[in-house]
Design a protein around this ligand. Structure first.
Ligand code: NIG
Ligand code: FE
Length: 407
């Protein structure tokens, strides 16, 4: 048994389903003078009003804020190389799609990722995951999508599997071969979608290498019909759907997300009312990525509109070597507070329970309640307002994952 005592403020979402509408704020419980008892890898009990049982193994939180371990529900964690050389091009005004069409961007990372060995990719990803853990992030989603052929997509997904089995991390795998059209299919996105469905997906399914399938539905990448084909194919295999939708143009990706019951749609900077309504009907979570808006100098997604429409909002990093070379979810919390104008409580649900539900982990993580996995963070902060107010510092002071003190 392990007891965390003297918790000044325990702030937690509650339940196993995403919080939406007013509940995204009101469903967060604030408990003063709390204590949490951990039994092995599971939360045994939560106490309030200064109550706590006797225990041999005690951590004194010294009046600080405690929350559930953070969940980053959207990363492109597995990649070779970095892309610092593209920044001057961007600063001179080249657009994201322009760089991609000139063979840079995702295609640049494609070359580096294909070249990298499985061990090299493993080492790089483990390093990033250690950094995330150090920042209080205990569960992470990771996408493939820089291999774009059978061999290298499977290589990326095998790295994710090894991060869990060998590294002890909690990483949820998403297959995203539909991230760009590879050179082998240049000018033939339909042919590539057919190739994914008939040649890569069956192998991913055979080896049980993913839980989610994602597609970049965007002008100049994959259109709505190509996205629909790929995702309905994937759903027939039993995989759950995600869509990079309406990042640059509202071409209908968010409408599609609601129609096919996608678990989440991502980015959504340019989303329109039809997309928001469709997502509300389909029960789709909006995974918003404020770090990417900041890094690309773009608008911030209309978080308040999603909340008003009853769409659950999650906030994630989008960690990748191009549009967001940062794995700091705390920074994204600060941006969500200031730029999305979400309340501190809404931000907390967005990076814990709603993020957990967006990657199929709502049953086990995302809140501090008896029966949930003992993933907790003691913050160098007195309360939730302070946690979202500070910018750029790492406020995670003690991090517990599956009942084990990892920081
Ligand atoms: O989510 N938008 C598409 N994909 C990534 C960027 C990946 C990259 O630039 O390497 C994103 O931002
Ligand atoms: Fe992304």
């Amino acid at each position: 048994m392990l007891l965390i005592k003297n918790i000044g403020m325990l702030a937690t979402a509650e339940g196993k389903a995403p919080l939406r509408g007013r509940d995204q704020h009101e469903g967060v419980r604030i408990i003063r003078d709390a204590a949490v008892l951990i039994n092995g890898d599971t939360i045994q009990a939560v106490y309030e009003n200064g109550e706590a049982p006797a225990c041999d193994n005690v951590i004194d939180a010294k009046g600080s804020l405690v929350t559930a371990g953070l969940v980053d529900a959207h990363t492109h964690l597995i990649f070779g190389g970095w892309r610092q050389h593209e920044v001057p091009l961007k600063l001179r005004g080249a657009g994201y799609l322009e760089i991609l069409q000139a063979g840079g961007g995702i295609l640049n990372t494609l070359t580096a990722t294909r070249k990298a060995s499985e061990d090299e990719l493993y080492g790089r990803a483990a390093k990033a995951l250690d950094e995330m853990l150090d920042h209080g992030v205990t569960t992470v989603e990771a996408k493939s999508g820089y291999g774009l052929n059978v061999e290298d997509e499977l290589k990326q997904l095998r790295v994710i599997r090894r991060l869990n089995t060998e590294g002890g991390f909690s990483v949820v795998p998403t297959f995203m071969a539909a991230h760009a059209v590879p050179p082998e299919f240049k000018g033939d996105p339909d042919g590539y979608i057919e190739f994914i469905c008939t040649k890569i997906l069956p192998k991913v399914a055979d080896d049980e290498l993913c839980e989610f399938v994602d597609v970049f539905c965007e002008t100049g990448v994959f259109d709505v019909e190509q996205s629909r084909k790929m995702l309905t194919y994937a759903q027939a295999y039993g995989f759950k759907a995600k869509i990079h939708a309406d990042e640059i143009d509202a071409i209908g990706g968010s409408v599609l997300a609601g129609e096919i019951g996608a678990v989440s749609a991502e980015h959504l900077i340019a989303v329109d009312d039809a997309g928001i309504a469709s997502m509300a009907r389909g029960g789709t979570t909006a995974c918003l990525l404020p770090g990417t808006s900041l890094y690309l100098g773009k608008d911030f997604a209309p978080a308040r509109k999603f909340i008003e429409a009853g769409v659950p909002v999650a906030v994630c990093t989008d960690f990748n070597p191009g549009s967001c070379p940062s794995d700091n979810l705390q920074l994204c919390m600060n941006l969500a507070y200031l730029r999305y104008r979400m309340t501190p409580e809404e931000v907390l649900s967005a990076v814990t329970l709603n993020a957990a539900c967006a990657i199929g982990r709502g049953e086990t993580v995302g809140s501090v309640e008896p029966g949930k996995q003992a993933d907790l963070v003691i913050w160098d902060a007195p309360d939730l307002d302070y946690l979202v107010y500070r910018m750029g510092s790492n406020l995670a002071s003690v991090v517990i994952r599956k009942g084990e003190i990892v920081k």
